[in-house]
Design a binder for this molecule. Structure first.
Ligand code: ATP
Ligand code: MG
Ligand code: MG
Ligand code: MG
Length: 566
């Protein structure tokens, strides 16, 4: 490909709205162009990268017998009403009405659509298991689209859905092969990633793993054991018991020293909140702007009875400072903590769901619970930062202690079980002729997000550093004076033609620009191999070769360069 026939559009400076390295570099390298919040055009250079990722994903899906189809992005509301998600999905679901007043949505995911297809097409155990995928545009009306294509509103996802006669088949023929395929995909893409146990979120179901690309700028936190395979998204890790180790769990607590001790009743009076039953715990919900809201959780004497929907949440606007001062006055005798361990999980789940920053627990009643009441002996109330499982906490797997790292979620696999098949009546006849509900798995990869994540992990002050697998071009030929030097032009054209003949993705940068511009662009664009051709070296029969990730150039004989690269 000659640059003059292609389209290169680079910028010296990134637009001010970009803060993340990958976002800046994608704009500067002309991979994407912003339209509106969370909406981007994939420019020719970026699209080449996207297609490479898609192709690797496609090859690995095909390898495990996943069958490609293509479902519509605009979907009738009827199916979404059948599953219940029309009501429950919330504001991320973009709803649209056509000229006849029929309701539709722009698909954020496709469980309903595929379940509808499968229930109509598959009716016997003989047709199972089956696994379908497509690579297609999704739309999620994200509250805060940010970081370019990392958290966009319109993005490309590979989503796959497997259907099975029983749970064993779901694990053996669906979940495990897909998990393995995901590992192969992210390895082939050259990403430093980690699969972690995860919560199932609004998609629902039981078992689940996220594939997290490790990056300090990642929005997710993962907790992993330093001496075993245990790794979990921190949201999940913090709901797990911390091996009952009081000492270590206490390390994660920040104490408030209180001069005067008050009971929970006094606190309730102070806040002027009617309480019918025993107050068990307080959750302070965090808001991003620093404002916080106080939630009071009430329940019956039995912790077992505390369910999120039974909890009255009394909201009153507070600042963090005023909450802390209330807490400072609030001392409970024998207070205990909610967020970790045993019944504390109930609070933690609820608080996590509510996006709580803090959970403070105080339990007046004398339960003989074990394993979580590590605060009960304390004279002062204590609280724990729910978002932080602290490094050094014991690993819930019982082996080693936890380390924390930041990650970017690039993939997610779920054992959905019968959540959708039951709601939408996707059944089959088993080998006894009996009707059974299908077991389901679903498997997503954020194809566009993968591109940003790769850049986030591989860049330097000069620009992007692609692996061969993802690079828009594997080789760039930079001729000095292509227009003026006949020798340079002849050598560049010859090497270009030979590499093309070998099937190498090569870019000949024949733009009429200064050498400095061409060299800087080749680095910004992150093309893994660069051949610089100039009159002086050519006279000695050489060209200059440099690998982007190494940097230094070396002289290579002009007749050896093609062999060196392929
Ligand atoms: P997140 O936690 O980042 O919001 P999610 O858990 O909501 O992601 P899933 O429903 O698991 O996302 O979707 C599968 C994959 O789609 C994710 O693993 C991610 O790579 C990608 N993805 C989700 N939302 C976006 C988005 N707004 N922009 C780009 N990619 C996204
Ligand atoms: Mg999301
Ligand atoms: Mg997620
Ligand atoms: Mg997810």
């Amino acid at each position: 490909m000659k640059a003059s026939q292609f389209f290169i559009s680079t910028l010296k400076e990134a637009p001010a709205e970009a803060t993340l390295a990958s976002h800046k570099l994608m704009l500067r390298a002309g991979l994407i162009k912003a339209n509106a919040s969370g909406l981007y055009t994939w420019m020719p250079m970026g699209l080449r990268v996207l297609r490479k990722v898609e192709n690797i994903v496609r090859e690995e899906m095909n390898r495990v017998g996943c069958v490609e189809l293509l479902m519509p992005v605009i979907q009738s509301a009827d199916l979404w009403k059948e599953s219940g998600r029309w009501q429950f999905y919330g504001d991320e679901l973009l709803r649209i009405t056509d000229r006849h007043d029929n309701e539709f949505c722009f698909s954020p995911t496709c469980e309903e659509m595929i379940t509808d297809i499968v229930r109509k097409e598959i009716n016997s155990y003989k047709q199972l298991p089956k696994n379908f995928y497509h690579i297609n545009t999704k739309f999620r009306d994200e509250r805060r689209p940010r970081f370019g294509v990392m958290r966009a509103r319109e993005f490309v996802m590979k989503d796959a859905y497997s259907f099975h006669a029983d749970f064993e088949s779901l694990v053996r023929d669906g979940y495990q092969p897909m998990y393995d395929a995901y590992c192969r995909i992210f390895n082939r893409l050259g990403l430093n990633f980690r699969p972690v146990a995860a919560d199932t979120g609004s998609i629902g179901g039981t078992g689940s793993h996220e594939f997290q690309v490790l990056a300090d700028s990642g929005e997710d936190v993962i907790a992993y054991s330093d001496s075993s395979d245990y790794a979990a998204n921190v949201e999940l890790a913090q709901t797990l018991p911390l091996s009952g180790s009081r000492a270590a769990a206490q390390k994660s607590l920040e104490k408030i020293h209180t001069p005067n001790t008050k009971t929970i009743e006094q606190l309730v009076q102070f806040l002027n909140i009617p309480v019918e039953t025993t107050l068990k715990s307080i959750v302070v919900e965090g808001k991003e702007d620093g404002e916080i809201v106080l939630l009071l959780l009430r329940g019956d004497h039995e912790f077992n009875d505390i369910k999120a929907e039974k909890l009255a949440d009394v909201k009153s606007p507070l600042t963090m400072a005023s909450a802390e001062s209330i807490l400072a006055q609030f001392g409970a005798n024998g207070g205990s903590l909610g967020p970790v361990g045993f019944k504390g999980k109930v609070y933690a789940d609820f608080a996590t769901e509510k996006g709580a920053d803090w959970v403070i627990g105080a339990n007046q009643d004398d339960y003989h619970y074990t394993g979580f009441n590590f605060g009960r002996d304390a004279a002062e109330p204590e609280f724990v930062d729910l978002r932080n499982v602290v490094a050094g906490d014991p690993s819930p797997c019982g082996s080693g202690s936890l380390k924390l790292a930041r990650g970017i979620e690039v993939g997610h696999v779920f054992q959905l079980r019968t959540k959708y098949s039951e709601a939408m009546n996707a059944t089959f006849l088993d080998n006894n002729g009996k009707s059974q509900i299908m077991e389901m798995g679903c498997y997503g990869i954020g194809v566009t997000r993968v591109v940003a994540a790769a850049i986030e992990q591989n860049n330097d002050e000069k620009g992007i550093i692609w692996t061969d697998a993802m690079a828009p071009f594997t080789v760039v030929i930079v001729p000095m004076n292509y227009k003026k030097s006949a020798d340079v032009k002849a050598a560049a054209d010859k090497i270009h033609a030979e590499l093309l003949a070998q099937g190498v993705d090569v870019l000949l940068d024949d733009r009429d620009e200064r050498a400095g511009v061409l060299l800087a662009d080749s680095e910004l664009l992150g093309i893994p191999h660069r051949i610089v051709i100039g009159d002086r070296a050519l006279k000695e029969g050489n060209v200059e070769y440099a690998e982007r990730k190494v940097g230094e150039s070396q002289s290579i004989a002009v007749n050896e360069i093609v062999g060196k690269i392929k």
